[in-house]
Design a protein around this ligand. Structure first.
Ligand SMILES: NC(=O)CC[C@H](N)C(=O)O
Length: 245
């Protein structure tokens, strides 16, 4: 009889859209193509021992400055960096989570925050303005598969990837692989520089995936299903982390 392998996926639960991610993750499991011998379990993460139990982690949207302050107080920043950049476990950051995972973040207002890092990118926070300027945009996300419907992406005080940078770490903390752009957004009503151009709103670098928008605030499970599939594949093939290829 094959042994059942349980994959523990955590959601960092310091602040922000934790429950929404957990709900969508639970719904997504029914659609993940994985053998019966793999099971998922989901957990809120607030401490280093809880993080250590996880095979993969989601960092939700919310407020990255607050999240970083709370993580620092709880002694979680270094364990998070270790998880992402040394153990190379799979991590997905949505919105504020993407800000946390960027090696560099610039704000439209004064005031920075500490990062976890892992993605060799610089993000511009609050690219589209305030909460009042939130919007929904249809994105063509090729990684979801051929012929898939556009994804209705919710942007709330969202960051965008301004630039891919190459010196995001050194030694064992140097990130593996290149930054892949997985999604761009043509902002409704804004000028773009030509066909195919737009803001970078989804990226992946090895084990680290980031989206500017909030799939967990929709009913659309496709990105959660895709990501869980990536996590399952990596673990099934004996890789601790998602390789990105
Ligand atoms: N919806 C969000 O997660 C907003 C992110 C927030 N603007 C930040 O920079 O952290």
């Amino acid at each position: 009889m094959t042994k059942t392998r349980t994959i523990t996926v955590g959601v960092l639960a310091l602040q922000g859209g934790v429950v929404e991610h957990l709900n969508l993750l639970r719904r997504a499991t029914a659609h993940v193509q994985s053998p019966d011998s793999l099971r998922f379990t989901f957990a809120e993460v607030r401490t280093a021992p809880q993080l250590a139990q996880c095979d993969a982690l989601i960092i939700p949207g919310g407020e990255s400055t607050t999240m970083a302050i709370v993580a620092r107080r709880l002694g979680l920043l270094d364990p998070l960096r270790e998880f992402v950049k040394v153990q190379h476990k799979a991590v997905w950051g949505t919105c504020a989570g993407l800000v946390m995972l960027a090696e560099e973040a610039v704000a439209t207002k004064q005031g920075g925050q500490e990062q976890i890092g892992g993605l060799d990118v610089r993000v511009l926070r609050n690219r589209y303005g305030t909460q009042m300027q939130s919007f929904v945009a249809n994105l063509d996300l090729a990684f979801l598969g051929e012929g898939e419907e556009p994804f209705r992406a919710v942007f709330i005080r969202a960051p965008v990837v301004e630039e891919v940078i190459s010196d995001g770490g050194s030694g064992s903390q140097k990130q593996a692989g290149k930054v892949e752009v997985l999604g761009v957004c043509q902002v409704p009503g804004q000028q773009t520089e030509g066909e195919g151009k737009g803001d970078i709103v989804a990226v992946r670098q090895g084990n680290v995936f980031g989206t500017s928008f909030h799939p967990e605030l929709t009913d659309d499970v496709r990105i959660h299903v895709w990501w869980l599939g990536q996590v399952a594949d990596a673990l099934r093939h004996g890789r601790l982390a998602v390789d990105g290829v």
